[in-house]
Design a protein around this ligand. Sequence first.
Ligand SMILES: [Zn+2]
Ligand SMILES: [Zn+2]
Length: 240
Amino acid sequence: MFTTHYLKKIHAWFFPHTCLLCQNPGNNNLDLCLGCLKELPILPQTCPRCAKTLSTIPGLICGNCLQSPPPYEKAFSLFSYEKPITKLIMELKFHERLVNANLLGQLMAHAIQNDWYQNQPLPELIIPVPLHPKRLQERGYNQAIELARPISKILKIPLNSAACRRSKHTLAQARLPAKSRAQNIKNAFTIHQDFSGRHVAVIDDVTTTGHSITEFTKTLKSAGNPKIDVWVCARAVHSK
Ligand SMILES: [Zn+2]
Ligand SMILES: [Zn+2]
């Protein structure tokens, strides 16, 4: 008689990937089925510089970026921060569902490779936005690093998570009103390496107002003026 354990093993042998959203067999070596893949909230075309403002003309830089350019060269976000991406990211951050980071990272790597850069050179280094050691200790991992791992592996771009630190233990940005966020995150990061002449990709899981990314890239920029691109898994499109 087959035990459930044994049946599960046989199932895993034939269907090594299971959709994380509906438990059907995964498609194309992903933990995601084709039906759920098609439903994902891919972010429409945005300003190539900040990925904040939606744009109808390819390559058109938004008024905000023209007026005060961000510290980074270009920014990409794969998803709009809505269902079921919210679920996958919340589970990743608060319930140790690291498999979610693997899936989301794989999807980002696919977009980076096939869409975001076309024939332009990829960054040569991936830098995840650091967590403060206290929060890292509470959570046990940095979700931005977990997202970066599969991307680094697939694209063969080294990951550097040691050179940058979050030295100020800030309140969670999500709990603060938009206007207090810039102040809360100010001077929160320190960089311990010179990045002169480098082209780096900064990676984070979610951005809402973008204050953390701006502050982090501003600090990183001061460490040798590297060329910085920003890769974000999901962006909340309704807030400014
Ligand atoms: Zn599914
Ligand atoms: Zn812009």
